[in-house]
Design a protein around this ligand. Structure first.
Ligand SMILES: Nc1ncnc2c1ncn2[C@@H]1O[C@H](COP(=O)(O)OP(=O)(O)OP(=O)(O)O)[C@@H](O)[C@H]1O
Ligand SMILES: [Mg+2]
Length: 273
């Protein structure tokens, strides 16, 4: 679905911020791209949708090479959710906003109508609202509905939950997870919040100064303290606690797993007495 082959990138008059990067994401995966400030996460997401072109090497997305494919063609396959929804929202009603991208891409009018109404329903949005007067969480939901209405194959989320409270964050992420699970939507989530990654991603790419330090299943990466510390990332709390507790806690990654194990142990103790 997305492949980087020996990609390097430098901004005009800067040394390479990405020296030599290769990785591949298959259809249906939920991958997190983790790295601290300035690691190159946003640069990689812009390289992924052809907004930036590699200085050398190749990026292919949905079978298209970004160097030789029109941006509009890539946009049909790859949706991009900005960190700040206000960089995305530009229409006066939610309905116009949700149909805007499809209109730009030249979808037939009938299809735009049908897909817009379906997206409004899925994301519990009122099409007559003015996007600008809604809460931050609702604006993020509007932006997400807009990028997903055209049914892309890959969605890139750049820090999708910044500025959201816990409830808003969970609502947005649960929507995304459901589309991944039920419709096979491929997700690349740029993020430095290891709690969020632990809860949703199946695989993590760990980035430091434009270089991949690690790539593996979330559970494996979460327990690799050395790797996370090299990448200046703070481990998620439960896997970290499990590591400190040591023997018997090796397979514990989530609150539910920790609770189940502690309850089991408490049960044993009572049984012994
Ligand atoms: N337009 C630009 N011109 C020159 N250098 C840039 C530009 N944009 C980013 N950089 C530099 O490229 C490097 C990677 O930046 P990037 O924004 O990709 O990192 P990031 O991981 O997204 O960081 P953050 O967590 O702060 O969003 C940084 O050193 C940054 O200063
Ligand atoms: Mg960034």
């Amino acid at each position: 679905m997305l492949e980087f082959k020996h990609v390097s990138y430098h901004y005009p008059a800067t040394p390479p911020v990405i020296p030599d990067l290769s990785f591949k994401i298959e259809k249906g995966e939920f991958v997190a791209l983790a790295g601290s400030n300035g690691a190159g996460k946003s640069t990689i997401s812009r390289l992924s949708n052809g907004l930036l072109l590699p200085s050398s090497g190749e990026v292919t997305v949905g079978g298209f090479n970004t160097k030789t494919t029109r941006a509009s063609q890539i946009a049909r396959k790859v949706a991009f959710l900005f960190q700040n929804p206000d960089r995305q929202i530009c229409q006066n009603t939610v309905r116009e906003e949700v149909s805007f991208g499809m209109r730009v891409q030249g979808f037939p009018e009938e299809e735009i109508k049908a897909r817009t109404e379906a997206a409004l329903e899925t994301f519990s949005l009122n099409g007559d609202w003015s996007p600008f007067t809604r809460s931050r969480g609702e604006r993020q939901r509007i932006a997400l509905a807009s990028v997903l209405a055209g049914k892309p194959e890959l969605v890139i989320l750049d820090e999708p939950t910044t500025g959201l409270d816990y409830k808003e964050c969970t609502a947005i992420m649960d929507h995304i997870a459901k589309l991944n699970r039920e419709e096979g939507l491929t997700i690349l989530m740029v993020c430095h919040d290891m709690e969020l990654i632990q809860s949703y991603a199946g695989r993590v790419l760990v980035l430091n100064r434009g270089t991949l330090l690690g790539d593996g299943p979330t559970r494996q990466i979460m327990k690799d303290r050395e790797l996370l510390s090299k990448a200046r990332l703070r481990p998620a709390q439960i896997p970290n606690l499990a590591l400190r507790l040591g023997a018997g806690f090796e397979d514990v990654y989530t609150v539910d797993e920790m609770a189940a194990l502690l309850q089991k142990r408490a049960g044993h103790k009572e049984g012994e007495e």
